[in-house]
Design a protein around this ligand. Sequence first.
Ligand code: ATP
Ligand code: MG
Length: 235
Amino acid sequence: MGVEVNDLWFKYNGADKWALRGVNLSLASGRLLLLVGKSGAGKSTLIKAIAGLLDGKGEMRGSIHVGKVYPVLQNPENQLLELTVRDELEGIDEDIADAMGVLDLMDRPTFELSGGEQQRVVLAKALASGADVLLLDEPTMWLDLDGVSDLLSIIWYILRTGRTVIVSEHRYHYFLPMAGEVALLERGSITFHGPPRNAIESSELIGEVGVPLFMELWRSMGGAPALTVSEIARN
Ligand SMILES: Nc1ncnc2c1ncn2[C@@H]1O[C@H](COP(=O)(O)OP(=O)(O)OP(=O)(O)O)[C@@H](O)[C@H]1O
Ligand SMILES: [Mg+2]
């Protein structure tokens, strides 16, 4: 099962504006949806709503249908509860631990891990929990380029296991090559939902979230929109 959101509205307690305004979203199993939008557009709110984390936090209308879901939030340290990584990942399959890059971390105290290491442990927990939908809110926030590259390999692995993934990201260009679809949130509503190719050709999207430098350069040279550097190199 993927994710199905129907006419979802959400207003935080004490707020006067709706943070989500009639969101409809349908995502088939095994696909990655890249969620983009300006700061305050409602990306984290939508992720928390799908994860079931907004109960009691405000007024909700509409419906959400999702399989077993696991969110990886902006501060992964809040999702680590045990003293050591081994305790955190008790009973995890060795293959999964290896694929998530946490085998070498097993004997480390969780509070000593870097942001990227904490994130890999939370991703390993997510897989070990049997979740079939993973929600990643700004996963590159604490990562340098090497960290981003490790994360991308891990997400490719997760997708190969048939799981469904939603990634909310400002540095969205890293995820375009693996995204089955892109959705743009503007002031709580989805104003674009389609394949990455259409997304980068949409001036709306580019105007809303800004375009990465390599795409900008390429466009200024009159090139057709490219999804990856290798695509530019081929042209
Ligand atoms: N706990 C809260 N109480 C009241 N309002 C909130 C709360 N959390 C978020 N909001 C408001 O809801 C709206 C959507 O916020 P949200 O955090 O979902 O945006 P976002 O797209 O994730 O932004 P960013 O890119 O900065 O992470 C904003 O107007 C924000 O101020
Ligand atoms: Mg956010």
